[in-house]
Design a protein around this ligand. Sequence first.
Ligand code: PMP
Length: 447
Amino acid sequence: MNSELHDRHKAVLPDWIALYYERPIELTHGEGRHVWDADGNRYLDFFGGILTTMTAHALPEVTKAVSEQAARILHSSTLYLDRPMVELAERVAELSGIPDPRVFFTTSGTEANDTALLLATTYRRSNQILAMRNSYHGRSFSTVGITGNRSWSPTSLSPLQTLYVHGGVRGRGPYAGLSDAEFIKACTADLEDVLGQACGQVAALIAEPVQGVGGFTSPPDGLFAAFREVLDRHGILWISDEVQTGWGRTGDNFWGWQAHDASGPPDVLTFAKGIGNGMSIGGVVARAEVMNCLGANSISTFGGSPITMAAGLANLTHLLEHDLQGNARRVGGLLMDRLRTAAAGLDVVREVRGRGLMIGIELVEPGSDRPSPDAASAVLEAAREGGLLLGKGGGHNSSVLRIAPPLSLTAAEAEEGAEILATALRTAQAMADGSAEAADEAGRSTL
Ligand code: PMP
């Protein structure tokens, strides 16, 4: 049944729609932090949070808000007043920290970043954009043009001129091994250097506070404050892409930019994914002066549609009332401890890192610093067998396991998931040791 659907999927969908797992999963329903597949298997979901389920699967308040709104009216257009849109915009504006904020809703993170680029390039009359190496910002014509990590985004002939700077990835690259202060200094010097090579005005720097697709890598706190000083000198806007880091996921902060808070809020903030708990919402917050630089009238047919706004309002209310940011900090801390213990002594694990409920485990070939996508895949498959869903990402080779559960994860579920992961990591270690031995054997036999 599953393989039949897989064959039909391959026959009709593009080759570049990647599926997880050797035997891809068809999800049929979810509840809380669990999902079920078409064969009746139940999984603890450690990745749904980054996909779209921010709070919990089938959150009753969201289900109620969506069905009540569907029964009232589904008609969608920015040409009419829309009460849920105004209400959600008011709440997001206040939470954003941006002064004199204006909010524009979209249907995805890609479209949100696209809009941010439209604003920045228009406001600054420049098509030059600074972006981070190893970054991901979406898959439209323009966002592909500013994405540093090409493994999840093809190259494009975008007319944007993109200049890439260092800073998003800490443990690898030319500045690996430096102290926080030295790293910030080196990356800021790199930014100055790149700017020195720009031709005329630069519109904006776009950056993820913690790189998501790039493998949950965080720069040291304060990097963007140091960048900000340079940007301000040149009048360059700072766009913080909070598509993965927003809404308290990082535990200590509601937004990722707040880890750099000497810099104050960004000029433009983009969000998406979990705010709708599965409904397609994205959006942009910017100072009125920047948001209103567009000269023509516009319309978005589905951006801010009443049904997505109703879902977003119910979801955000639940998140705030249940202090899920605090939960991300507490349960994320516990999970991080358990995972570090599980990884201790396994040389297939290079690093367990992250913030709150955004945790990455980087896999390498044993005894080396070489990324091991095979080991990451082995853990992914073994965890699935144990009843746990994970994500993958990182660099060009997906050697990092990404853990981003719904923010309501309980301590007991964190313990349960960590145990399944500990077994999966040991399996991957044994496989890697086995293949190293096999490679050794093969090497000896050709001597
Ligand atoms: N920005 C970041 C940081 C993302 O992680 C993603 C999605 N992975 C996007 C933008 C694009 O969002 P969407 O898939 O909703 O278009």
